[in-house]
Design a protein around this ligand. Structure first.
Ligand code: WQD
Length: 335
């Protein structure tokens, strides 16, 4: 039996594939390589000593998914594939809805046809919207999103909740990520943004590498300890291990369950800058800039449910996140 990781050559997907292979699971990856490269498969094999089965293709394409499910015995699906750039989603919302929702619907239809009943979804804390009731708990009244990317996550959660309600055999696990950063200790896989990074840590590492001149800190007038935005940064390897725990949970589960995957600790932008400087003995030049549209002041997770029900808790430190991010940036595969 194999676990299908859609988008499995991407940042979170590749790290999850590594952790699944390391606990002797067989992995199949489908990825259209629109935001990653096939060489990630080779690197996963070097890291783990085992090669996942790989298909290049669009998850929304029924013919592709027919081929994957007819050639492999898929036991569960972890669905990472999707467009994920907040700013881009505002520019081309229809492409985001078409891609992210179609891939999910095609997956559900193909899974049904081939008797696959376990669906783990890469969701996001962005579905909590502009709530100011931190820490965010899974039963929070989701207040809606501030961009089309977030709405696709919100809508896919709803599709999956309805699918689980209609199919007593189906297990759906929704994993709401907070802010994944860091990279595998090997330095061989990591986050490789296209163009100018939207997210904080890849921007910081590119400043450290001299690719960017300085960091713009988007606002220092938020109601936070130092005025800069506070987020729950989680090491991507911890996040990947959270997926292994979710897979194990799904073997004895039906219905739909939501889990936050975060650390429960909020760090400000300047906390991250200073931690990165200290962990790597370097300076990060920065300038205070205006707030970024759509940003909220503070966001961090309640982690109780994942700890109690999944038996999972993040273990790696902010120093680990900063050191592993820098090692990845310095390596040849981030270029
Ligand atoms: C973090 C903090 C910025 C860049 C996004 C998505 C979310 C999830 C994670 C996918 C904020 C500040 C950032 C910069 C800055 N992605 N910042 N200068 O916005 O919390 O979450 O990525 O699921 O869905 O919304 O992450 O890294 O962009 O920002 O000052 O150049 O860093 O204002 O306070 P965010 P981020």
């Amino acid at each position: 039996m194999s676990i299908l990781c859609t988008g499995g050559t991407g940042f979170i997907g590749s790290h999850t594939a590594v952790e699944l292979l390391c606990v002797n699971q067989d992995v199949v990856i489908v990825d259209d390589l629109s935001n990653s490269s096939a060489s990630v498969v080779d690197r996963i094999e070097v890291i783990t000593g085992k090669r996942p089965v790989f298909y290049k293709g669009d998850v929304a394409d029924k013919a592709v998914m027919e081929k994957v499910f007819s050639e492999n015995s898929i036991d569960a699906v972890i669905h990472f594939a999707g467009f994920k750039a907040v700013g881009e989603s505002v520019q081309i919302p229809v492409a985001y809805y078409r891609n992210n929702l179609d891939s999910t619907l095609t997956l559900l239809e193909t899974m049904k046809k081939y008797g696959c009943h376990r669906f783990i979804f890469s969701s996001s804390a962005t579905v909590y919207g502009t709530s100011d009731k931190v820490p965010f708990t899974e039963d929070a009244k989701e207040l809606g999103c501030t961009n089309p990317y977030g709405w696709t996550k919100f809508m896919i959660e709803q599709i999956l909740k309805d699918a689980a309600a209609a199919d007593p055999e189906l297990s759906v696990v929704l994993l709401r990520y907070f802010n994944p950063i860091g990279a595998h200790a090997s330095g061989m896989i990591g986050e490789k943004p296209n163009g100018i990074p939207n997210n904080l840590m890849p921007y910081i590492t590119q400043v450290a590498a001299g690719i960017r001149d300085h960091l713009s800190v988007f606002g220092d007038d938020y109601p936070t300890p130092d005025g800069t935005g506070v987020r729950d940064y989680i090491h991507v390897v911890d996040l990947a291990k959270g997926h292994v725990a979710a897979y194990n949970y799904s073997t004895e589960h039906t219905g739909c369950e939501v889990f936050n995957l975060g650390t429960g600790i909020g760090y400000s932008v300047l906390d991250i800058v200073h931690a990165f400087e200290e962990a790597n003995s370097l300076k990060i030049p920065y300038e205070i800039a205006p707030r970024r549209a759509g940003d909220i002041a503070t966001c961090y997770a309640s982690t109780e449910k994942a700890e109690k029900v999944l038996g999972w808790k993040a273990e790696l430190s902010l120093q680990d996140m900063c050191r592993d991010s820098w090692r990845w940036q310095c390596g040849k595969w981030s270029k």
